[in-house]
Write a protein that binds this ligand. Structure first.
Ligand SMILES: *Cc1c(COP(=O)(O)O)cnc(C)c1O
Length: 419
């Protein structure tokens, strides 16, 4: 069963100070999870997690992760600016972008970030932009085809289709890019790939690692390049549904270690650092969207109208994603009512839940929508003139910290030129 990280009593206190809807984050959970990740990869002396800023671009969160040893993975100008302002510098910043404007490469280089090139043509684009090639550089790999993992009852479990993904370079382009970068003065090389998203499997990272480790050995042999880091990127998922099993990061770290010892160590590459760019795994379970029930409506279906909408959390309306809902104070009541839980947008897709069995809901009840700590507030928007909510941190000592205030109509109108 999924349990909120905050009690009804505490939540009532919080919403008295910060009105609903609001996003709330659990400092304790974030820190403990980051520590478990570092423990799982402690066998690799150079290990570093570069938190994918796009998942939760909130400075207090980034600084909290920095205290736990994390860097940041940026993919846009403003994400780089935020990283800089939070005090990240040099190799604490990974710049993994695609379709990249020149000014973004310029800022990344100015900050000393590690640049991860998405395409073969970006080698010369980067050289022309900067006038040189940085000494440490990374290339993103796309093996094409479909990426599957082991056997399931239905046969191979297809995880994703890299062949349809816009990212990365082909096998041949990787070798060509490495040769050209070396010619242009690069000395330390990295390999990056992101082959599947939100995987609920302890086998994803180890399988990806084996692919990248083999490629690294081949690249070293073919090009003579010194590969010093391999970036497993994001994609380790979280169980959004209560019946899904959680990934075990200790098992995942051990699986990657095995592949490392089998493939890299015998090739004399036991000095390679592992990096990750996890977003969802680092934050999703440690955020709740808190919303209050405004209306109840009975027509052909039974609707519960809340004060949050898809502008606060887009995943259900965009992907049909499941987000678990707890009716606060009714955790032990039977789930014997079927509801659609809706927001107020003039879009029928604005539903947080469809045909969901929940306890009987009353107007004024507080609902916790789970697993919104990543790709939640971050994907917010202002359609229908709806405004993005505040973000509050629940600290380990039980106090709260306002990390981002709620938008006001002045914010909404601030870009308008009236006459
Ligand atoms: C989105 C993204 C991530 C994070 O992905 P999660 O699924 O949130 O772990 C990491 N790296 C890159 C390049 C990304 O675009």
């Amino acid at each position: 069963m999924k349990k909120p990280f905050v009690t009804l009593e505490k939540l009532q206190e919080i919403v008295n100070e910060y009105p609903t809807p609001l996003h709330i984050y659990d400092e304790k959970g974030i820190r403990e999870n980051a520590r478990a990740l570092y423990k799982a990869f402690s066998w690799n002396p150079g290990f570093k997690e570069y938190f994918a800023v796009k998942a939760t671009p909130t400075p207090h969160i980034l600084k909290l992760l920095q205290e736990e040893g994390c860097g940041v993975d940026c993919s846009s100008l403003t994400e780089l600016m935020m990283a800089q302002r939070c005090g990240f510098a040099g190799e604490e910043i990974m710049f993994s972008s695609n379709d990249t404007p020149a000014e973004e490469f310029e800022l990344a280089e100015k900050l000393g970030a590690i640049i991860n090139l998405d395409d073969i043509t970006h080698v010369d684009f980067l050289k022309d932009t900067l006038g040189y090639i940085p000494k440490k550089i990374s290339c993103r790999y796309n093996p094409g085809g479909t990426f599957s993992l082991g056997e399931s009852k239905e046969g191979f479990q297809v995880m994703d289709t890299p062949g349809d993904a816009k990212y990365g370079m082909t096998r041949d382009q990787m070798a060509e890019a490495f040769r050209r970068l070396k010619e242009l003065g690069a000395e330390e090389f990295g390999i990056h790939a992101f082959l599947a998203s939100n995987t609920i499997s302890n086998d994803y990272y180890p399988a990806l690692a084996a692919i990248l480790f083999r490629l690294a050995v081949e690249m070293k042999e073919e090009t003579g390049c010194h590969i010093t880091f391999i970036n497993l990127s994001g994609g380790v998922g979280v169980p959004y549904r209560p019946e899904q099993p959680a990934n075990d990061i200790a098992v995942i770290g051990e699986g990657v270690r095995k592949a490392y010892e089998e493939i890299l160590v015998p090739a004399g590459m036991g000095d390679v650092s592992i990096c990750t760019e996890l977003g969802r795994f680092m934050l999703a379970p440690y955020g709740h969207l808190v919303t209050r029930v405004l209306h109840e409506k009975r027509i052909y279906k039974h609707y519960i109208g809340v004060d949050a909408c898809a502008a606060n959390l887009m995943r259900p309306s965009m992907y049909g994603a499941y987000h678990h809902i707890t009716v606060m104070g009714k955790e032990d009541a039977p789930c014997d009512h079927m509801y659609d839980v809706t927001g107020s947008l003039c879009e029928n897709s604005d539903k947080f839940a469809i045909d969901r069995m929940l306890p009987e809901i009353d107007i004024g009840d507080l609902l916790v929508i789970h697993d919104t700590g990543a790709h939640g507030h971050a994907m917010g928007y202002q359609y229908n003139g709806r405004l993005r909510s505040a973000e509050v941190l629940l600290r380990e000592d039980g106090s709260t910290l306002l990390m981002r205030r709620a938008e006001t109509p002045e914010d909404y109108f601030s870009t308008v030129i009236w006459d």
